[in-house]
Write a protein that binds this ligand. Structure first.
Ligand code: NOJ
Length: 704
């Protein structure tokens, strides 16, 4: 929220600004090849984006990025009013220390780790002069064909909101003006994940209750955590491109939620209003966006080139321009840029890739991997003398990063084969090959086979959509050929999305989903495979059996003819069971847990209710369980999801140990967007589960 110092300062500055200087603040530029320094010297840019790689690959040392941004800042401070630039960059899941992709981070079900990782990313990125990251991405995704599913937290609004809060806090800290903190940008506001057919940039339709209860909550959480900025989505949502949606950008965001920061467009998305067919030319597009509440134009130049003339023609007002400038100056002021516009180049040598950062990256990678199958306890590997390790990821380095890592360096990564060698117990021989024929040949003499498969990072991320969720070409055949040998077979799948690996899960003895695990992915994997650590990740998104099941998500509505395998006129496919391959929340570990003694503190929730159950480690090794709380509102004025996640806790238990896990459910946790459009609870009956995933659990009832 604004404070008096910000506001007095901004008002005084605004009073001195010419129209050109004001419009300059609304303009973000990309310093490409034809960069014109006079744009900075004349105050015609408020921000500089480095997404083009302008700060990488230019032959600078670690400290060179700071020198370069300081150089741009110096030019800017030659301008009349000396309003500093804010440097923005895509610091999505780490900077030099690359953490697991966001989807994998969500799989750790540990927002505190995400907070710590974001804090490290902020410390590292600010060494380059970057003060603003285009993260976190908070798009709910129910369609893994969409490549950007890798960049978000999966399908659930509760988990997504917890992650949003934690990541914003990690980037921004208590005080964003601290030299090692970054301004967060919650993106892409809103509904971007609902792009039809999983095709990035496509249109989407989302009903108002679903928008409010599923897609908006993570953004609201980010705003409540103090996120300084938001980015509008490329999407045309319900016929209004998000970049020109006044109801969402102004009425909801500022009016209902009290957001006082600024909104930036996505790359050229203001100009794209012409392609959408809601604007006839640049000037029209710029007007629509400004009047919707969009403050900064990311690189399309249409604000810079047309807003002055639109003002002279009386099509927009000075108040509208002033309001956008005010918001941008507010965040720059809050970020301390007026007092500290430059970056100490020596920080890079201290703050990049520290041992503590690597440790956290390793812990995060370990916690994010999800064990999907483990027949006869094949994993962790024990008593195998010779293990054949084969597949396209055998020598992976930078491939472990995943999408959006412009500042990660492959040479910082221990290659996967080496990392496995370092973590394997003495006496275990590992034979590596990428070659299928060689693998088939060697497998005969091996005691067990480990296949490292999945998607190369270039197959996930922005606009990397697929129509087939199967493994990339050739890999399914490879798995099939290897199973013919009858050796114990474990698969590790690297991917930026859920893959429909139904057939491979069937034939393999063990399957571990490693996502794109980041800089320490190899060591983390080795520790899990060889038993120094046990897996504890859970799926933050439903895994379909086949592409044709998409969209498939756990918190769906019941329908009038709910799923029933024996029902002829029940919702179904003729050629596939209706259930997913693995449900949301699912994940195994090296031990087993038993749930018992569910207790509710009352039969009726008045204000709040305590729900608890006993969890016992009934296996022989220590392990971590992610205990989940779900509810179902049985009757509503609108149909309600069959389950909704309302809480989760990670508990670590020794063999034989029992603990009681307690959740508090408050009345407001049961609120939803009702038939009359208001938000609140409705009295009635509820089901509640304490569960290890979204399909199982101990079931109880209460009334509200
Ligand atoms: C386009 C992407 O949609 C957005 O996520 C990113 O932050 C911007 N480009 C800037 O690189």
């Amino acid at each position: 929220m604004s404070n008096a110092t910000d506001e007095t300062f901004i008002s005084q500055l605004l009073a001195q600004m010419t129209l050109e200087e004001k419009i300059g603040q609304l303009n973000q530029i990309n310093p490409g090849d034809e960069f014109d320094p006079s744009l900075l010297q004349e105050g015609k840019a408020g921000s500089l984006i480095n997404a083009s790689g302008a700060l990488t690959g230019m032959g600078f040392s670690d400290s060179g990025s700071a020198e370069l941004s300081n150089h741009f800042q110096k030019l800017t401070l030659e301008s009349r009013l000396k309003i500093p630039l804010i440097f923005g960059r895509d610091v999505i899941h780490g900077f030099r220390t690359v953490f697991p992709i966001p989807l994998a981070q969500a799989a750790a079900f540990d927002p505190d780790l995400a907070r710590q990782a974001a804090s490290i990313a902020a410390r590292e990125a600010t060494t380059s002069g970057i003060k603003w990251t285009f993260a976190p991405m908070l798009d709910i995704a129910r369609d893994p064909r969409w490549g950007r599913v890798a960049e978000g937290n999966g399908e659930d609004p509760f988990l997504g909101s917890q992650m949003a809060t934690a990541i914003v806090q990690g980037f921004q800290g208590e005080d964003i003006s601290a030299p090692d903190k970054l301004v967060a940008c919650a993106k892409h506001y809103v509904g971007y994940g609902a792009a039809e057919g999983g095709r990035d940039y496509e249109n989407g339709e989302i009903s108002e209750p679903t928008l409010r209860d599923i897609y908006l909550p993570p953004f609201r959480a980010a705003v409540e955590a103090g996120a300084g900025t938001l980015m509008s989505a490329f999407i045309d949502l319900n016929g209004i491109p998000a970049t020109a949606n006044r109801r969402l950008l102004t009425d909801v965001l500022r009016g209902e939620w009290g957001f006082d920061g600024f909104v930036v467009s996505d790359w050229e998305s203001i100009k794209e209003l012409i392609h959408h067919g809601v604007a006839e030319d640049d000037a029209h597009a710029a007007r629509l966006a400004l009047q919707a509440g969009l403050d900064m134009d990311m690189v399309s130049g249409v604000y810079l080139n047309t807003l002055g003339e639109s003002l002279r023609q009386g099509k927009i007002s000075m108040e509208e321009i002033d309001e956008a400038v005010r918001r941008i100056l507010r965040i720059k002021h809050r970020a301390g840029l007026f007092d500290h516009p430059f970056t100490d180049p020596l920080r890079a040598t201290r703050d990049l890739l520290t041992p503590e950062s690597r440790d956290l990256a390793r812990q995060f990678a370990r916690q994010s991997m999800v064990l999907l199958k483990n027949d006869r306890d094949l994993l962790p590997f024990k008593d195998f003398r010779r293990i054949l390790v084969a597949g396209p990821f055998v020598h992976a380095r930078g491939e472990l990063f995943g999408t959006w890592t412009p500042d990660g360096r492959a040479e910082d990564v221990t290659p996967l084969d080496e990392a496995l060698r370092q973590t394997a117990p003495k006496g275990t021989e590992l034979w590596f090959t990428e070659n299928v024929d060689m693998a088939l040949h060697l497998a005969h003499q091996a005691d067990a086979v480990l296949l490292l498969l999945g998607e190369h990072p270039v197959r996930s991320g922005e606009n990397c959509n697929v129509s087939d969720l199967g493994l990339p070409p050739g890999q399914a055949e490879f798995v099939q050929a290897m199973t013919a040998l009858g050796k114990p077979l474990a698969l590790v799948v690297f991917a930026g999305r859920p893959l429909a690996i139904t057939q491979q899960v069937k034939v393999a003895d063990a399957v571990l989903y490693a996502w794109h695990p980041g800089i320490e992915g190899g060591a983390a994997l080795g520790e899990i495979l060889f038993g120094q650590a046990s897996p504890s990740g859970r799926l933050p998104i439903t895994f379909p059996r086949a592409t044709g099941q998409v969209p498939i998500y756990y918190n769906h509505k019941n329908s009038g003819r709910p799923i029933d395998p024996n029902g002829e006129f029940k919702t179904r496919y003729l050629d596939l069971p209706p259930s997913p391959l693995f449900p949301f929340g699912f994940g195994l570990t090296y031990t087993r847990f038993e749930y018992s003694n569910l207790k509710l503190s009352a039969e009726t929730l008045r204000g709040a209710l305590e729900i608890n159950a006993e969890i016992t480690n009934i296996g022989t090794s220590p392990g971590t369980e992610v205990v989940q709380l779900y509810v179902r509102d049985l009757v509503g004025s609108l149909t309600r999801p069959i389950r909704e996640l309302k809480g989760f806790q990670r508990v670590e238990l020794q063999p034989g140990e029992t603990c009681r896990v307690t959740f508090t459910l408050r009345e407001e946790d049961l609120a939803f967007t009702r038939a009359d459009g208001t938000f609140g609870v409705e009295p009635g009956s509820f089901h509640v589960w304490i569960a290890s995933d979204s399909k199982s659990g101990l079931n109880g009832h209460f009334r509200l």
